[in-house]
Design a protein around this ligand. Structure first.
Ligand code: SF4
Length: 415
């Protein structure tokens, strides 16, 4: 396939993701064709300028990690585009992607399992340098020592094995391995969540310093909002595969707008003993992405949920410069017509109740008919009284007497 180059302008961001989708099949038909999908990433759009960092936050299962891996094309793209440095990665073949592999690197959450235990630190870092011919072969040793120094690793660690190091040092080795190939974009997938707090601070400072010296761009996936606040320029809040809010870090911390963001941010500790914590507790669990709620995906847990939220998914609106929110509360058109949506929802509920009552009555009729015929055959003879009952009850014409149906419908509607 031909590489697709997108025309670059002065302000063209280094990473531009538009309407990205990643669905995993969860059920197949007899012929093996997928018929049901888990919507892990569903219509996600954002852009990142070179030398800046975007934080992706949200609860477990919201699609943060899948998003990172889909950008890297570790998963195939099911819809939308990923444009990196003017090249549309989403349309490239695996073989064509190879030359962009060094430009985008991934730092994993678990430094213990992401390092090969039988290789020394020096050979782990040097491996990709040699494969991608980052420096001439005779300079690899010195180059690796230089990268190790930059990442706070002493030269004598060169010949040691990963099991000889602490968690923080292992994460430094992972960072050194990622940076040794001179990437432009680094996707950090919860890089400090497996470390204790003092080590977290060291690693975050190291990432920040390296960003300055090497001009790196980060996509920083984390559920720790204090860490995200410190290292990122923009924050994107995700819920069930959708973006709920996106904006500048400072503005989002000052003025979170989406009810989900407000709840998340209310849990961030404030370093002031006199400050009052107005914690918003989210009720219930995150719904299954295999069967997400209709309308706004957050409506089952939102304290400000309206009837319109149960029917119509919110539009993604720019509420202030570079601040986007997906919530009906900020849609003036919808808020002006709330009465109309309330009436629509009431009507929907009424029709639903009617349908359920009809279904119940139909099942009841069927049960009555079946039990009537079972009585008859159990006797082994024609039971005249059963026949008579059946006829009297109106089963002869296959319908329930009007009073029975009406009663059943009334009961069901009440229920
Ligand atoms: S659209 Fe409705 S349910 Fe969704 S976050 Fe906004 S107010 Fe809550």
């Amino acid at each position: 396939m031909e590489e697709t180059f997108v025309e670059k302008t002065e302000e063209e961001p280094i990473l531009k993701v538009e309407h990205l989708k990643k669905y995993f099949p969860i059920k197949r038909n007899f012929f093996g064709k997928p018929i049901e999908f888990l919507h892990a990433v569903d219509d996600v759009s954002f852009k990142v300028n070179a030398g800046t960092a975007i934080g992706v936050v949200g609860e477990s299962g919201c699609g943060k990690t899948t998003l990172g891996r889909t950008i890297l094309r570790l998963y195939d793209v099911d819809g939308g585009t990923v444009v990196f440095d003017g090249v549309e990665l989403s349309s490239l073949k695996k073989s064509e992607l190879r030359k962009y592999r060094t430009d985008i690197q991934l730092i994993f959450q678990d430094p213990y399992s992401s390092l090969p235990p039988r290789m020394t630190v020096g050979s782990i870092i040097a491996e990709a340098v040699k494969v991608h011919k980052i420096v001439p072969a005779n300079e690899v040793h010195d180059y690796v020592l230089g990268v190790m120094k930059q990442c706070g690793l002493q030269p004598q660690y060169y010949d040691r094995y990963p099991h000889e190091f602490s968690g923080g040092q292992r994460q430094r080795i992972c960072i050194a391995r990622a940076l040794a190939v001179k990437p432009k974009l680094v996707i950090c997938d919860e890089p400090v969540s497996a470390l204790d707090v003092s080590i977290q601070a060291q690693i975050i400072n190291l990432l920040k310093d390296l960003q300055k010296t090497m001009g790196l761009t980060y996509v920083f996936i984390s559920h720790d909002l204090s860490v995200v606040k410190y290292i990122t320029d923009q924050i994107m809040v995700m819920y069930l595969g959708n973006v709920m809010e996106l904006g500048n870090t400072e503005r989002i911390f000052e003025n979170p707008q989406h009810p989900y963001t407000k709840a998340l941010f209310s849990a961030v500790p404030v370093p002031d003993p006199d400050a009052k914590m107005n914690r918003i507790i989210l009720e219930g669990d995150i719904p299954s992405p295999a069967n997400p709620p209709r309308g706004c995906k957050f409506h089952t847990r939102c304290s400000q949920c309206m009837n319109v939220c149960r029917m119509i998914p919110p539009a993604y609106l720019e509420t202030e410069e570079n601040h986007f929110v997906a919530c009906h509360l900020y849609n003036e058109e919808i808020m002006r017509e709330l009465d109309k949506y309330d009436a629509m929802y009431e009507e929907e509920l009424r029709l639903q109740a009617e349908k359920e009552a009809e279904e119940y009555a139909r099942k009841h009729r069927k049960r009555t008919r079946n039990s009537g015929s079972a009585d008859g055959s159990a006797d082994g003879t024609e039971n005249s009284s059963a026949d008579a009952d059946g006829t009297t009850d109106g089963t002869a014409d296959g319908t329930e007497p009007a009073s029975t149906t009406a009663d059943t419908t009334a009961e069901e509607t009440e229920a």
